[in-house]
Design a protein around this ligand. Structure first.
Ligand code: PDD
Length: 286
């Protein structure tokens, strides 16, 4: 399998990363997951913009321009012949040796950039049947807007859900729902979509921004306002959203059914509007 390593397309076995890389030692880096449909990147510009915004927030100098990154990712898709799948990319601050928490002087380090692909079909069954979730206190830090490779808080929550045989964990702070361990969360009440506003408590998801754009175009009101755990459980419909899940109906929360345990009409509409967006950018998929 081909991967990108420091702006070169190489075989995965040829990648060598120093054990003192700050990504390995401190999780000092950023990542993105971008979906590919029909061999074409979907919403790549938005993902790359979020990466550049995150890099600015942590004073990380990215080793490429936006244009160069798109070119490299396209070469990677081509190299691995990916039709429907995911690109995972990460950039770390590189080596600082001996180990030292402080950021090294920028002249002394060079960032390490890697990217790989996986073929993953759209999970149509799950998008139809929905997922079951638990709720948990949001124990993460206060920079959740940065797509950091430091994901312990997220993976611990995901693990709790999996231990209970569920798919995802919805997180809350002070009784207000923030997001899920690996996705954003929104509710629908009386045909209005509610979701936590962007800010430092959630990741500004690209999928939700696309979904809200098409929802508003279709005349659905979207309110970027917080909601409580009680409102979550009393919602007509609930959906998680992410690059890999698209608009995913939540049909059970903490053992209680949502919307009778079926994907509701608004989420179904959002799913089909999302497909139209994909097809506009990447060509017909269905
Ligand atoms: N996760 N919130 C969190 C905590 C996430 O990890 C993700 C995505 C999202 C949704 O963001 P987007 O719509 O831009 O994918 C929200 C990715 C897919 C992952 O970590 O694999």
């Amino acid at each position: 399998m081909k991967v990108i390593w420091n702006n070169q397309l190489v075989e995965r076995e040829d990648v060598k990363i120093d054990m003192e890389d700050r990504g390995y030692q401190f999780a000092d880096g950023l990542y993105e997951v971008i979906r590919v449909y029909n061999g074409v990147l979907f919403t790549a510009k938005q993902h790359i913009e979020r990466l550049f915004t995150g890099a600015k927030k942590i004073d990380l100098i990215l080793p490429f321009t936006r244009e160069k990154l798109i070119k490299l990712l396209s070469e990677l898709i081509e190299g691995n012949q990916i039709e429907t799948g995911n690109i995972y990319l990460q950039v770390t601050r590189g080596v600082s040796s001996p180990r030292n928490h402080a950021y090294p002087e920028t002249e002394c380090t060079s960032t390490v950039f890697t990217a790989s692909t996986t073929s993953v079909p759209r999970n149509l069954k799950m998008m139809n049947d929905g997922i079951k979730v638990i709720t948990l206190p949001d124990m993460r830090w206060l920079h959740c807007d940065i797509k950091s490779i430091s994901l312990l808080g997220n993976i611990m929550a995901k693990h709790e859900a999996h231990k209970k045989g569920k798919d995802e964990a919805i997180l809350y702070r002070d009784n207000r729902v923030t997001e899920c361990s690996t996705s954003n969360i929104s509710i629908i009440k009386d045909n209005i979509i509610y979701t936590h506003p962007d800010g430092n408590l959630i990741l500004p998801g690209i999928t939700k921004s696309v979904l809200f754009k098409v929802a508003r175009q279709a005349g659905i009101t979207v309110k970027e306002e917080t909601f409580t755990l009680k409102e979550l459980k009393e919602a007509d419909e609930v959906f998680a959203s992410s690059t890999t899940m698209e608009a995913m109906p939540v049909i059970e929360i903490d053992g209680e059914l949502v919307g009778g345990g079926n994907c509701g009409p608004v989420v179904k509409l959002l799913q089909s509007l999302y497909v139209t967006e994909i097809e506009t950018e990447c060509g017909i998929i269905s």
